[in-house]
Design a protein around this ligand. Structure first.
Ligand code: NAD
Length: 494
């Protein structure tokens, strides 16, 4: 049964998008809005059959797309970007209704970035591949980028369309065809993107969407021998399952995974800026992989830092994410909310104290409606080595600890299995270089946070990821990079 629904005034299909057509499934699942826990749509529940159909459609479309001249592929991707820009308001309100992230952020930052993802990789394709040549004793080595085939892209719910297009755009630019599996908790904007790609003129089968639960479609998508690349953003346990499934065919995987990043403040830092950036770690209700959730503050400024942090964090407005004045919205789902609260209550029971927050915000939700609003929380005194200091909570829960020396700061910062990001505040450039060199992190921000440039590499060390995304790192992943070595003395000239 086909399912189309008006969500926030926008018509959205709940079906798959395969081979340029809407495809239904025999069963559907409920899509629940985190704003008030109401059901907003019914989504086709895909399984191995739909996964195989989508891969077949992508495989069939591949030769023609791969042979499409780069300038034409780039033109189509710019057209996708044009349509995203025309529909920023629709995409933003649907995404907010679906995943509860702030409408303000979607309008001003996220959806413009979605368009930019397409423009960036379209331009990269036509301007930045210089086909380097290396001469060796009368031979020429020439480098080229061959599209690898069908790319399976699996994405999470915390920034659905932004993270999906961060993969879709380079994969399509590289000449791959795509099967996207969005997260079951935020399926809607992937469906709107399918409409946009069709309207932009992408040939059928070049871009496909399979909806459903990871456990239903995961193996079928990641263990299929016709898939040439798997790019996944999500949790470490899921990455392990995907890696095992992909191993059967040695399918190359790119993994962007979780984090537990340190936010280090030295006494010599600009304290206004350090505090303001620390409070920003509550962005997206703390559901940000990169967030510096472990505040590590030099002992001599701890009390001043906490006082200023509390004053600033207490002014955050929590509420309906559609309200442009809201700073902190709801968590994504009841399951996730309970998981976050479990971390906090166990930490409190084992001796930690809540400087602010520590439970649900009961004042926010509409009467009689669900309440997934968790208070921005700062915990102090957590037992060293306890789970709240080592495991990813992925909610508005920060911890604070102190250090005296650089060595102590580095040991605390590096003391988890993750290595996604780090934030370092100091007024001393030599200290920044010294300490920064010792931190394990794919991205290190010094006296700033969340400044991103699509040309720069992005990814995680240790269990935070495999590979990097951004610029050439994204593009190369989707290609078979080829070296052609030619003997220039053997041409038969007539
Ligand atoms: P998740 O691993 O539960 O799910 C991510 C995606 O994987 C979903 O689409 C899900 O349906 C799918 N999936 C689940 N089981 C699967 C299987 N067996 N085979 C194939 N696919 C399967 O993660 P989540 O809860 O959606 O997202 C939160 C996690 O993502 C956090 O750990 C967060 O840090 C991480 N994340 C990382 C980055 C980054 O860039 N490093 C960005 C955002 C989120």
């Amino acid at each position: 049964m086909h399912t189309t629904k008006e969500v926030a005034g926008v018509s959205v299909s709940g079906d798959h998008w395969i081979g340029g057509q809407r495809v239904a499934s025999s069963s559907a699942f409920e899509d629940v809005s985190p704003i008030d826990e109401t059901v907003i749509a019914h989504i086709a529940r895909g399984g191995p059959v739909e996964a195989a159909m989508a891969i077949a459609a992508a495989e069939q479309a591949f030769p023609q797309w791969a042979a499409t001249p780069p300038a034409e592929r780039a033109r189509l991707l710019h057209r996708v970007a044009d349509l995203v820009e025309e529909r920023i308001e629709q995409l933003a309100i649907v995404e907010t209704t679906d995943n509860g992230a702030l409408l303000r952020s979607h309008l001003r930052g996220v959806m413009p970035r979605v368009a930019h993802n397409f423009r960036f990789f379209a331009d990269y394709l036509v301007n930045d591949l210089h086909h380097p040549e290396f001469d060796t004793r009368g031979h020429t080595n020439r480098v080229s980028w061959d599209p690898s085939g069908v790319a399976v892209l699996i994405t999470p719910w915390n920034a659905p369309l932004m993270l999906a297009t961060w993969k879709v755009a380079p994969a399509l630019a590289a000449g791959c065809t795509v099967v996207l599996k969005p997260a079951e908790w935020s399926p809607l904007t992937a469906s709107l993107l399918a409409d946009i790609t069709a309207e932009a003129g992408l040939p059928p089968g070049v871009f496909n969407v399979v909806q459903g639960y990871g456990e239903d479609v995961g193996d079928a998508l990641t263990g299929d021998p016709h898939v040439s690349r798997i790019s996944f953003t999500g949790s470490v346990p899921t990455a392990r399952l995907i890696a095992m499934s992909a191993a059967a065919n040695l399918t190359p995987c790119s993994f962007e995974l979780g984090g537990k990043s340190p936010f280090i403040v030295f006494a010599d830092a600009d304290m206004d800026s350090a505090v303001a950036n620390a409070v920003e770690q509550y962005d997206n209700a703390g559901q940000v992989c990169l967030a510096g959730v472990r505040l590590l503050v030099q002992s001599s400024v701890h009390d001043e830092f906490v006082a200023r942090f509390v004053a600033r964090a207490s002014a955050l407005r929590q509420g309906d994410p559609r309200d442009l004045a809201t700073d902190v919205g709801p968590q994504i789902s009841r399951e996730h909310f309970d998981r976050i609260d479990g971390f906090v209550q166990r930490a409190l029971a084992s001796g930690a104290e809540a400087v602010i927050g520590g439970g649900p915000n009961v004042d926010v939700a509409a009467p009689g409606r669900g309440n997934l609003y968790y208070q921005p929380t700062l915990l102090t005194g957590a037992r060293p080595g306890s789970e709240v200091l080592t495991d990813e909570v992925f909610g508005p829960v920060l911890t604070i600890s102190t250090f005296d020396t650089e060595d102590e700061a580095v040991a605390l910062a590096n003391g988890t299995e993750f290595g996604l990001a780090g934030v370092l505040f100091t007024g001393d450039p030599d200290r920044a270089t010294r300490v920064g060199a010792r931190l394990v992190a794919g991205t290190l921000w010094v006296n700033c946070f969340f400044v991103r440039d699509l040309r720069a590499p992005f990814g995680g060390s240790r269990h935070s990821g495999v590979g990097r995304e951004g610029g050439s790192w994204s593009f190369d992943f989707y290609c078979d990079v080829k070296n052609t070595c030619t003997n220039n003395d053997r041409w038969i000239t007539p």
